[in-house]
Design a protein around this ligand. Sequence first.
Ligand code: TYD
Ligand code: MG
Length: 483
Amino acid sequence: MAKRKRFFQCTACGHQEPKWLGQCPACDEWNTLVEREARSESGGSGGGARGGRTADRSGISGDGTHSRLLTQIPAEHTARVTTGLSELDRALGGGLVLGTTILIGGEPGIGKSTLMLQMAATVRTAGMNTTDEPASPATAAVLYVSGEENAAQIRRRAERLNVDNAAVALLCTTDVDLLLDELELVRPRVVIIDSIQTMVSPDAGTVPGTVNQIKLLTHQISDWAHRTNATVLMVAHVTKEGQIAGPKVVEHLVDAVLLFEHSGSDLRFLRATKNRFGAIEELGIFTMESHGLVELRDPGRVFLGADRGIRPAGVVAAPCYEGSRVLLVEIQALTVPAKGSISRSFSDRIDNRRVSRVAAVLEKHVGLRFSDQDLYINVAGGMRIQDVAIDLPLALALYSARTGLPLPAATLATGELSLAGEVRPVSHRQQREKAGREMGFETLVGPGDADRAAPGMWRETGTINEAITAVFGSKQNGAARTG
Ligand code: TYD
Ligand code: MG
C-alpha cells in the first residue's frame, strides 16, 4: 500500500508546501500553515491535488520538475459543451470548457439561481443527455449544490421553470468536506455551487463568507475540477460596489467570471469580465419572465423605440458593438444650468469620464459651453455601453440637448472622437450599417473608410464640426440658440 502523502496547507489561501513554514509564501500570512494528509493516492482535495493539477493543466507528465521544449508539450484543445442556453453560451465565449471553474456574480434576487437551475436542465455533457431519466444521483451528469435553499424550495423553483423532470442531482449542504467527498463519489461532469458565500470549509474556521473561507474552498473545488475535467459554476453574491465576495478575492482563482446585471426593468445582462478561454465583454441578454429567464431574440427592438421619425432634441440612435454583435441603442442627453459652481455629469450607463471628455471636445472645437452645465446621460433599456464608437453619438446628443435642435429622421451615428476633434474609424462597419438598415434607418453619420468608397447609407465625416454640419446643417444655426 502506498504511503499517505503529507503536506502543509495555508488556511488563508490554500497554498501548499511540502515543509512547514512560519509565513505562507503565497499570501504572506503568518502561522497559517497546517499539516494535511492526502485524501487518496490520486490526490484528494489537498495532497496530490497540486501535483495532479499541474500535470492535468500543462500537459506535462510527472511532477513538472523538468523543463521541456514548448513544442514537446501536447496542444490542449479546449473541448466545449453547450449549456443549452445560447445567451449563456455567448457570454461564456461558446459554451462551457471542461475542467474549468466559472464564477457567476450578481446582486441577490437578480436570477442567478434561476439561471443555474435552467442550465442544469439544459446542459449537454459529453455522452450524457440530461433529459434521460437517471437511475440514481450517481448517474446524473449534473450536481446542483445549494447552501442557500432546501430541497423543497429548489424543487418548487424547478416546477415553476418546468424542469422538474431533468436529470439533476441535488445536494443541500454548506459543508465543503462533505461536498468534496460527494464529488469523488458521484463524479458529476457539471457542478453548480449556490453560493460560495454559504459554504464552510472546516479548515478555515466556522464562519461562512470570510475571505479565508472563500479563498480556500475555491481553491479546493478548482483543484477537483481541473483534476477530474469537470466544470464547476460557482454562484457569488456581489456587494453594492459590484465586487464579488467583498474584495475580489477569488477572481484570480477561477477561469472565467460572469457578471449578471439588470437595468431596472426585467432585462438581464450577463457579461464576461474574465475568460481564460474566450473573449471578454461578450454579452448575453435575457428577460426575466414568470416561468424563468428567456433569451432575448431581437435585442434591437428593446433598446430603441419603433419611431424612426424626428425624435426630441437630445436623443440619438447608435449602433454599438457589444460582445460579438451590434445592438442599436438610444442615447438620451439633458443639459441644465449647473446647480453648484462646478458642472457635473450624471451617467451610469456610459462612463462619466467619457461624457466629460466628449463635452470638453465639444466645448473646445465647436465652441458650445458645457462647463456651466450639469449633464444627464441615459441609455434606453438600461444597457451599459463600453464601445468607444459611442463618442460621436454622445457628442451629437449633447449638442442636440444643448441647442434644442433635434436630429433629422431615420439618422444614426457612430465614431470615436479624438481630443483634437477628429472622428476616428470604427470596427465592424458593415455590421453597424446592416443593423441600422434592418431597423429602418436611412443615414449613418460616421468616420470615412480609407479602403472603400462611401456606401449609400454612410454620411462620412472627418471632424466633429463636419459631423455637426452634416446632421444639423450650418453650425452657427445651432450655436445661436444657446446665445
Ligand atoms: P433567483 O434566481 O432566486 O435570484 P438569485 O439567485 O440571484 O438571488 O431569482 C430571484 C427573482 O426572480 C425573484 O424575485 C423571483 C424572480 N423569478 C421570476 O420572476 N420568475 C421565475 O421563474 C423565477 C424562478 C424567479
Ligand atoms: Mg439564489
